[in-house]
Design a protein around this ligand. Structure first.
Ligand SMILES: [Fe+2]
Ligand SMILES: [Fe+2]
Length: 274
């Protein structure tokens, strides 16, 4: 079972050459499910959403998506306040907080984009209740949201999503295995039990970079590829654009224990931020 974690596609600020290499690579990896953690567009315009939808449909794999802050109109203030996700719903899907069960995986999406908290986003009380109630099966429990639940080494002062700590409490109570996020435009991962002592559960958090031209911190375009072997082993590789094509960089391997996912192999410390 392979999951491609994509983020920050930012159609409207994209490179055709990178897009072509990216879609070819996803097809070559025989991905079972693509999970998109928001910022599909640059300015939430209809043509940008249409291009994003065409890109997702061209991957040749089932996909699930949540909105990011750039999927709300920033400058069209009336629209942002009255119908902020109208264009997203029309092109990508009416449900901005979908649940998808696929093989041994159960994915819950949260919409953290807010007209007011543009940069930080938010997880609110209703969404915490949803985290606690949405998962029903025995499969890998994946939560996806746009705004970050941890900071990458490259962006140590960047914003985290509002309402983070109670949201993580809900995720731990719901025995969530993996949290996928984006927004910082760099690839990274962490064990949330290390980042937040007291959480009581080893939840693997993965941040996907961007496939757009809005690269950050000198990092190239990338996406994350998670491989689930059986029910108890997870492997992560970051697939990075090298100027011509996307190539894989091993990021780590984890084994499931009673308290969550423990590292069984990490190539080196620097790989944590790739
Ligand atoms: Fe973004
Ligand atoms: Fe964003």
């Amino acid at each position: 079972m392979q999951i491609a974690h994509l983020s920050d596609l930012h159609l409207g600020a994209d490179s055709p050459a990178v897009q072509a290499a990216f879609t070819a690579d996803v097809a070559a990896q025989r991905v079972d499910l693509a999970v998109v953690s928001g910022d599909l567009t640059m300015r939430a315009q209809r043509p940008q959403f249409a291009a994003a939808r065409a890109l997702l449909d061209s991957l040749g794999t089932p996909w699930i998506s949540v909105p990011g802050n750039h999927d709300l109109p920033l400058f069209r203030v009336f629209e942002r306040l009255v119908a902020p996700l109208a264009n997203y719903r029309r092109a990508i899907g009416r449900d901005t907080e979908p649940v998808r069960r696929h093989g041994d995986v159960e994915v819950l999406g949260l919409n953290t984009a807010r007209p007011y908290f543009w940069v930080e986003g938010r997880v609110d009380r209703r969404q915490r209740a949803r985290i606690r109630s949405a998962y029903t099966g025995p499969g890998l429990r994946v939560l996806v949201l746009h705004h970050p639940v941890f900071r990458s080494p490259e962006r140590p002062a960047a914003h985290l999503v509002r309402g983070l700590r109670p949201a993580l409490r809900a995720a731990a109570d719901a025995q969530v295995d993996v949290i996928l996020c984006g927004h910082h435009h760099v690839a990274a991962h962490t064990d949330l039990a290390e980042t937040y002592p007291g959480l009581g559960r080893h939840i693997l958090a993965v941040m996907a970079g961007t496939t757009s031209t809005r690269v950050r911190a000198g990092r190239p375009q990338s996406y994350q590829l998670l491989t689930l072997t059986g029910r108890d082993r997870l492997r992560l590789q970051t697939r990075q654009f090298d100027g011509e094509r996307f190539a894989g960089h091993p990021a780590g391997e984890w084994t499931r224990g009673p308290s969550g996912w423990l590292t069984s192999r990490s190539p080196d410390d620097s790989a944590r931020s790739r």
